[in-house]
Write a protein that binds this ligand. Structure first.
Ligand code: PLP
Length: 429
């Protein structure tokens, strides 16, 4: 198993740091050799040794209707024949902005960028420009990409100011990032009171996906909205994972809370490198060239990426049944997995929102970073590798959300549940 992947990984490690172009791919959390893939169709991946896997990574989110989705492939082919980039405006950018506006009513204006990281970095710059304040509040266990302002650990004890979590991030930058606890409005209130008049923005994953899937408690998102209004703070929903996934209008629609700014990635580019930030007209009018906040990109709004994203979003917009089906499929998987773990008497807490789902091997209800960390990581590692052996590709970390696609057929879901039954038995033995 993985013979060719092993050889490629050895070659890769000589000239690419850690052999990968993004750290999560290196399998550090689960050990072993990362799988190198050759092709995929629907929810089936084929690795370089010809082995097939049922996919629950979905390129970390974009593949909501499956890999090699024909309308997306056709749009890319057709567009590529007319040039891959102009560095000048194109019609498809206008169509894309109009479509997002239609799908997400709170987004009056939107600016395309090339990744979720860029979207989040730009959104906080705009919030700082708009408010004239420097500090931001983020939540422990949330991830907003690798912008300096986000690579910050919470200060400890009496020290509420942040500390860099990566070399290369300056102490000065860290001082402007404050960290609160997810699902805990009191921790936010305390920071807002302590730093009254200094906080520009609160940025949150409305459904956390980067410490495993953790839903917001009832009242958490409306509470953030109220606090932002009371303290004149810009509320930013990072919908890089949830956007166009947990509902057509993302978390804003699902939870009935409108943010001032929202960031996107993943689905919006259908697997091509795209991110975007958008929101209320008044705030977005800060962005250059209308306003003074500088933000730019040679390849932003790239025609291939726009054509791919437009094809995918159009389908989601036209056929809301996709969301009902995703919900049904994920509920089916949830029930099947729950039964399996109960039968094996394994403490497992399974969280699900729409087509995002995570299994935590813990007896605790998982509501924040602390409870997520209570998961039995060694058991997850063993379970992960047994699933891989049985042809199921899960995210290679206990702290990631699994993503379902509409191409997960009942047969594939049944195969997954059967694989989980075998895998957990081996993992426990
Ligand atoms: N925000 C969230 C919620 C994410 O999940 C991610 C990536 O996983 C990002 C931001 C960063 O996006 P990218 O990897 O495209 O830079």
């Amino acid at each position: 198993m993985l013979e060719t992947s092993k050889k490629l990984f050895e070659r890769a490690q000589q000239f690419i740091p850690g052999g990968v172009n993004s750290p999560a791919r290196a399998f550090k959390s689960v050990g072993g050799t990362p799988v190198f893939f050759e092709k995929a169709e629907g929810s089936l991946l084929t690795d370089v040794d010809g082995k097939e896997y049922i996919d629950y990574v979905g390129s970390w989110g974009p593949m909501i209707l499956g890999h090699a989705y024909e309308p997306v492939i056709e749009a890319v082919r057709e567009t590529a024949g007319r040039s891959t980039s102009f560095g000048a405006p194109t019609e498809v950018e206008v169509k894309m902005a109009e479509l997002v506006r239609q799908m997400v009513p709170g987004v009056d204006k939107i600016r395309m960028v090339n990744s979720g990281t860029e979207a989040c970095m730009s959104a906080i710059r705009v919030a700082r420009g708009y408010t004239g304040r420097d500090k931001i509040i983020k939540f422990e266990g949330n991830y907003h990409g690798h912008g300096d302002s986000f690579l910050i650990n919470a200060g400890s004890g009496a020290l509420t100011l942040g500390q860099p979590s990566s070399p290369g991030v300056t102490k000065g930058t860290a001082q402007d990032t404050l960290t609160a606890d997810f699902n805990d409005l009191n921790s936010v209130k305390q920071l807002l009171n302590e730093y009254e008049g200094e906080v520009a923005a609160i940025i949150v994953e409305p459904v956390a996906g980067n410490m495993g899937c953790i839903p917001p408690k009832k009242g958490f998102l409306p509470g953030l909205r109220e606090l932002c209004d009371a303290h004149d703070v810009v509320l930013i929903f990072d919908e890089v994972m949830t956007g166009f996934r947990i509902a057509k209008g993302g978390a804003q629609q699902r939870y009935g809370v409108t943010a001032d700014l929202v960031t996107y990635g993943k689905i919006i580019g259908a697997g091509l490198p795209v991110g975007a930030f958008g929101g209320r007209r008044e705030v977005m009018d800060e962005v250059s060239p209308v306003g003074p906040v500088y933000q730019a990109g040679t390849l932003s709004g790239n025609p291939l990426a726009m054509a791919a994203g437009f094809a995918l979003l159009s389908e989601l917009n036209k056929n809301p049944r996709h969301y009902d089906e995703l919900e049904e499929k994920t509920t089916y998987l949830f029930s099947g997995l729950k039964e399996v773990f109960e039968a094996h008497e394994v403490a497992a807490s399974i969280n699900r929102v729409g087509s995002m789902i995570s299994v935590f091997f813990t007896g605790e209800e998982v509501i924040d970073f602390r409870t997520a960390r209570s998961t039995d990581q060694r058991l997850f590692k063993r379970f992960f590798h047994e699933m891989l052996k049985n042809g199921v590709y899960l995210p290679p970390s206990p702290f990631e959300s699994w993503f379902l696609a509409n191409s997960h057929t009942e047969l594939l879901l049944d195969d997954t549940i059967a694989a989980a039954d075998t895998a957990i038995a081996s993992a426990l033995s």
